[in-house]
Design a binder for this molecule. Sequence first.
Ligand code: CU
Length: 161
Amino acid sequence: MAQTKIQLLISGLIFLVVFLGAFSAYMFAQNQALASNVSALSGKVDQLSAGGSGESKAATRTFSIILVMFGMEEEEARHRWISSSIMVKRGDTVVLEITNTDDDAVHGFGIAEYGINEMIQPGETVTIKFVADKAGFFIFYCTRPGCAPDHAQQVGQLIVL
Ligand SMILES: [Cu+2]
């Protein structure tokens, strides 16, 4: 009886060791895949701006970001940043030309980690220039609470590789 329990315990332990081994191998492979995806993306950003040279040099990258309104009534209107996702390389100089197409409300544009907080009047375009010296994933958002009922959904992302 005692022997059966010990046998059961040992086979349980063996199973656990094999399972953990397989799991770590799987996680390691996932990590490698992610790392190679990031470096492939990084190369893509270079190609896009340098016309296919693939060289890794800091560049100036300009983007248009337009706050677009969907829906007729202000109460139901949905505001979205288009483009809502921009990607650069660390060290790049980023120029954002941001337009507020909402005729009725002032909106703002902020990226907390980069100390950016600009007010944009209805119909106005504001240009922001900064060096993307921090790598990571940053949310950009409207900085004018109360601009519209969907204020909290006025978000996008800056990815710095
Ligand atoms: Cu807003």
